[in-house]
Design a protein around this ligand. Structure first.
Ligand code: ADP
Ligand code: MG
Length: 322
């Protein structure tokens, strides 16, 4: 199969949102009047972001999901995507499954794949997404103020727990294993939440590298501090079980700094607490108030059950940390 047959068979779909989609030297898109374009790109590298042998359909889902998560964190509506990948060889079963996962999520969000690039090489998947947000209304990391409530969606730490299991550091069984592996393989980008937070949240980030690090980015960008309570952090029964056992330290690391959660962490004035509870109910998505922002730019404090600050916070994942 040639490169062009491959594109034609698996990745060329009629564009619904675009003037011109796959097939020319560039796609043509027409942004809606009065909107700004939110643009983001994320790369998944085999052996680094996913284990060799990872299910292809799940990878198709995840490569797009991690990108939609970035748009969600900006309060943008996803519209277009470009997909660049390197593959070691043409494996039609793999390609069909990957495309199935990718397009199922794209269709669910009304996203058009409008272009990409295809090359031979070590497996590497890179998606660029473009979304729209009414001019001036995007949610940034920089708007939080002292006194704001700090919130997080969903649950934290399950994906990291699955990685800890897969790499042999802990042992999960039964439904706990299934749930955590599902959290790792099929993160749900919180697009509807991001849209609902426009006009409510003062700052938003998606939790891709772990809560401590990502909330830390909001604090730095907003020049504030925050105090959060360990006991309030939303976690699954699987993670709770690990916290209560011999693997407590690992579970704590997963909860606070595990990464791969793709939940939204956000700040909002306390006066909006009730509106946020209503929003969570409307979306059927748990939103948990985990702490409060402090006016001084003094970093993040995580308090234990007795109210004492943890002495050492786990580090966020960093590809280039020494
Ligand atoms: P060029 O050589 O002009 O860069 P290519 O031959 O790489 O173009 O690609 C031909 C067309 O197919 C372009 O419209 C490109 O955007 C699209 N394309 C290539 N790879 C992919 C892919 N993996 N998914 C979607 N579209 C793709
Ligand atoms: Mg060209």
């Amino acid at each position: 199969m040639t490169e062009f047959e491959l594109i034609e068979r698996y990745f060329r779909r009629p564009a619904r949102n675009a003037v011109l989609g796959v097939g020319d030297d560039a796609a043509l898109i027409a942004p809606s009047p009065g909107f700004e374009i939110a643009a983001s790109v994320d790369m998944l590298v085999e052996g680094r972001h996913f284990f060799p042998g990872t299910d292809a359909e799940a990878l198709g889902h995840k490569t797009l999901a991690v990108n939609l998560s970035d748009l969600a964190a900006m309060g943008a509506t996803p519209r277009w995507a470009l997909l660049a990948f390197a593959l070691p060889s043409v494996d039609e079963g793999w390609l069909a499954a990957f495309a199935r996962g990718f397009f199922a999520l794209a269709d669910a969000h009304g996203v058009d794949l409008v272009g990409g690039d295809t090359t031979r090489g070590p497996r590497n998947l890179c998606v660029t997404v473009l979304g729209e947000v009414p001019a001036g209304r995007a949610l940034r990391r920089s708007g939080a103020r002292g006194g704001d409530s700090i919130w997080v969606s969903g649950k934290l730490g399950d994906a990291a727990l699955a990685i800890a299991h897969q790499s042999g550091r802990i042992r999960l069984e039964g439904a706990d294993l299934v749930d955590c592996e599902n959290a790792l393989a099929r993160p749900a980008p919180r697009v509807a939440l991001g849209l609902g937070l426009r006009g409510i949240a003062s700052a938003v980030i998606d939790v891709s590298d772990g809560l401590v690090g990502d909330l830390g980015h909001v604090l730095d960008a907003s020049q504030i501090g925050a105090t959060i309570d360990l006991d309030l952090l939303p976690r699954s029964s699987a993670l709770e079980r690990q916290l209560g056992g011999a693997a407590r330290e690992i579970a704590l690391q997963c909860l606070l700094a595990g990464g791969d959660d793709y939940e939204l962490c956000f700040a909002a004035p306390r006066a909006r607490d009730a509106a946020i509870v209503t929003l969570g109910d409307r979306l059927g998505l748990p939103l948990t108030r985990i702490g409060i922002a402090t006016a001084q730019h003094a970093g993040l404090e995580v308090r234990d059950a007795t109210g004492r600050p943890l002495e050492r916070l786990p580090h966020a994942f960093d590809h280039f940390a020494p």
